[in-house]
Design a protein around this ligand. Structure first.
Ligand code: FAD
Length: 282
């Protein structure tokens, strides 16, 4: 019996697993379709980021035909491994825009203004160059800034300024607009994914269980209450279910080959619990 099941050990899932298991009394199952990032050296070498597409750690989706792109289908990579897309992305550290957060608040979502979320951005961050009004130190996610800038990059930024745009030396500061360099989620020359920053340091917590290479296929309900998830391992669907009595129910059954997987699973991922809140992560 777990208090929480997190489906998907991606950017969000690794953070949730870390934060929820800070309380030793809370048990968490983290279920991931992909494998362990530590077995794929290219993930950790920032210079290899572009070589991860179309490999086993990429779902390698494609969009539908795009009418405004001459009906082309556009390649759409997503990480399939511990760390999720933070294990295959290009490591640019870019926060959402202040105005988007403020608009969510204005639409009635209390606690989502930029002023409300900024403390959490700072709490998550370890800015190598120290704390600032918009930046924090001591958090699990390492943020690195180039100490020397390539002259060609400088020339590109100068060209933007010459054309009338502003220069920004901090795209996560007071204004995101303008020409400048990126901050990166890199530490000691290696990718700092959420698996590296949040998950691996706490893998030995007795209240955290991590299953890799398990594909969640359905959220299970008792009435209107989500009580567990079904997942696929090889050709077998296993059930990890949870009852109000606290007794863990577990069974398995084969999936008929005639049932298309699309009938069983949804791209929306679920995190369920009987004793605590029901939370969904994408
Ligand atoms: C190539 C690329 C480059 C990018 N570059 C940047 C960048 O430079 N800067 C930036 O800020 N953002 C970048 N992004 C976007 C950013 O990485 C994502 O927005 C972010 O990681 C999404 O986090 P998430 O938790 O929503 O999903 P993900 O991190 O994708 O996590 C989802 C997880 O769920 C797992 N999963 C999915 N379905 C199932 C299932 N049925 N059962 C079990 N597990 C399942 C997946 O395998 C994955 O591990 C990039 C993305 C890509 C793909």
């Amino acid at each position: 019996m777990y208090d929480y099941i997190i489906v998907g050990a991606g950017s969000a899932g690794c953070v949730l697993a870390n934060r929820l298991t800070e309380d030793p009394a809370t048990s968490v199952l983290l279920l991931e379709a992909g494998g362990n990032d530590e077995t794929v050296p290219d993930i950790h070498d920032p210079t290899k980021a572009h070589e991860l597409a179309h490999t086993a750690v990429d779902w390698a989706y494609a969009t539908e035909e795009e009418a405004h792109l001459n009906n082309r289908k556009i390649f759409w990579p997503r990480g399939k491994v511990l760390g999720g897309s933070s294990s295959i992305n290009y490591m640019a550290y870019v926060r959402g825009n202040r105005h988007d957060f403020d608009q969510w608040q204005a639409l009635g979502n209390d606690g989502w203004s930029y002023a409300d979320v900024l403390p959490y951005f700072k709490k998550a961050e370890n800015r190598e160059r120290g704390a600032l009004a918009y930046h924090g130190v001591g958090g699990p996610l390492n943020v690195f800034e180039l100490s020397t800038i390539n002259p060609l990059t400088e020339a590109f930024i100068a060209a933007g300024v010459e054309l009338g745009w502003s220069r920004t030396d901090d795209a996560n500061g007071a204004s995101q607009e303008g020409f400048g360099t990126f901050q990166n989620t890199i530490r000691d020359g290696k990718r700092h994914s959420t698996a590296v920053g949040y998950l691996h340091p706490v893998m030995s917590r007795p209240n955290l269980t991590v299953w890799t290479e398990m594909l969640a296929t359905r959220v299970l309900f008792e009435g209107t209450r989500a009580v567990g998830v079904a997942y696929l391992q090889d050709p077998i669907v296993k059930m990890a279910a949870h009852s109000r009595s606290g007794r863990r129910k577990r069974s398995s059954f084969p999936v008929a080959p005639s049932i298309p997987l699309s009938c069983l699973c949804s791209p929306v991922l679920g995190l369920v619990s009987t004793s605590k809140k029901l939370v969904f992560v994408l």
